[in-house]
Design a protein around this ligand. Structure first.
Ligand SMILES: NC(=O)c1ccc[n+]([C@@H]2O[C@H](COP(=O)([O-])OP(=O)(O)OC[C@H]3O[C@@H](n4cnc5c(N)ncnc54)[C@H](O)[C@@H]3O)[C@@H](O)[C@H]2O)c1
Length: 369
């Protein structure tokens, strides 16, 4: 079985889809894709930061939205107002403080945004009329990680060492509680959670992420400082988990209650790579433009070194597959950044081209097995 991407257009066309976190990296790409599918898109997020602004503007900005509320998800009235004013059919909840290291600097803010924010979304669904449901985006870091090297399956225990991981594990528990307590009847909203790995792709400039750090060093003509060079991560191109979210969303809109619960979206087993592996691919792509690399030896805050996902559930039940190789992912990402000098229109065009190449690859049988 493969995902039937061809049906997405007829399912999403004309639907009102509210994306929280629409000004961010994934939210900007998701908005572009939803517009391509003919959906009306509403957004609720904080204003784009200096890191988010170039991507947000290039992929359409506020002009691509039929509704926008720049507001704080920690405020319970913000999501309620968005639901009341926009009356969405479906919600993708992406708004979060998404960085491990920032969570060490601001644990309370991270817990408030990622847990209370999620509760506010679920409470909004509980009291709203006519919403089919929501895809709540968490992370592969939501699992209790004893560093045993075993891929995590959806029914493994939630946990988290650093505040970011713990806040996302807690968001999962909060979502499961709402599902059991309030969303079990046939007419209730259907709520799925999506756990994906380290996402790369054009336009992300968030601090303390590998490829954005490389891009910043290239721009500044400085060295790039790399921490945890041997950390193993499930790298993905941003379009890969987004396709999983869209497949879940299409099933929710179709009233398919089997979409509820947790879903892992990671690379194929054996396709995980270390930070050093990714830098080696970057070197093949960039050649001498790759900035000099310095490995940091000073003590760093704790981050898990081994993390991989068991994707059997998504492949067997949704027909979702990772379609790119690590070479494809890194090459597509640097191709995007290389066009920045040509302006927003070129970036918009190349983003649509990359979307089309994802859609072609995802419907090529040899790629999806
Ligand atoms: N990028 C990754 O590698 C990755 C991996 C796994 C999971 N995720 C998850 O995907 C989601 C999107 O991540 P991203 O990389 O696009 O992050 P990002 O930082 O680019 O975007 C975050 C978005 O959340 C919004 N936001 C943050 N705090 C808010 C608040 N208090 N109120 C309202 N909006 C707020 C921001 O305005 C922005 O629109 C997050 O939930 C993140 O945890 C990301």
């Amino acid at each position: 079985m493969t995902m039937d991407i061809a049906t997405w257009g007829s399912i999403y066309s004309g639907k009102r889809v509210l994306v929280t976190g629409h000004t961010g990296f994934k939210g900007s790409w998701l908005t572009l894709w939803l517009r391509r599918l003919g959906a009306s898109v509403g957004g609720l997020a904080l204003p784009a930061t200096q890191y988010q602004q170039p991507l947000f503007e290039a992929l359409g900005g506020s002009g691509a939205l039929d509704y926008e509320r720049l507001d704080d998800i920690r405020d319970g009235t913000a999501f309620q107002a968005a639901i009341r004013e926009y009356e969405p059919d479906l919600v993708f909840h992406l708004a979060a403080q998404p960085l491990v290291r920032a969570s060490y600097d601001a644990p309370v803010d991270t817990f408030a945004t990622n847990t209370l924010g999620t509760a506010h979304v679920l409470e909004g669904l509980r009291t709203a009329k006519g919403v089919s449901g929501a895809v709540i985006v968490t992370t592969d870091k939501c699992y209790e990680n004893h560093e045993q090297g075993r891929p995590f399956a959806e029914n493994d225990a939630m946990g988290g060492h650093d505040p970011y991981s713990a806040s996302k594990g807690a968001a999962e528990i909060i979502t499961a509680s709402y599902a059991r307590s309030f969303f079990s009847a046939e007419q209730d909203p259907i709520v799925a959670t999506a756990r994906s790995g380290n996402v790369i792709g054009g336009g992300d400039l968030a601090p303390d992420r590998l490829i954005p750090d490389v891009i910043r060093a290239m721009d500044a003509g400085t060295q790039v400082k790399i921490r945890s060079p041997l950390a193993v991560r499930p790298w993905q191109h941003v379009l890969e988990p987004l396709a999983g979210y869209l497949e879940l969303g299409s099933r929710i809109l179709s009233g398919d209650r089997t979409a509820s619960g947790g879903w892992n979206f990671g690379p194929r087993p054996g396709d995980v790579a270390t930070v050093v592996d990714v830098l080696a691919i970057a070197e093949q792509t960039l050649g001498s433009s790759l900035p000099p690399i310095v490995y940091q030896t000073d003590p760093q805050p704790y981050e898990a070194t081994t993390l991989s996902l068991d994707i059997t559930k998504a492949t067997s039940q949704l027909g979702w597959f990772p379609v790119f190789t690590n070479d494809d992912r890194v090459r597509m990402t640097f191709e995007w950044y290389a066009l920045r000098a040509e302006g927003a229109d070129a970036l918009h065009q190349t983003s649509l081209d990359q979307l089309r190449s994802y859609e072609a690859a995802a419907t090529t049988p040899s790629k999806t097995r």
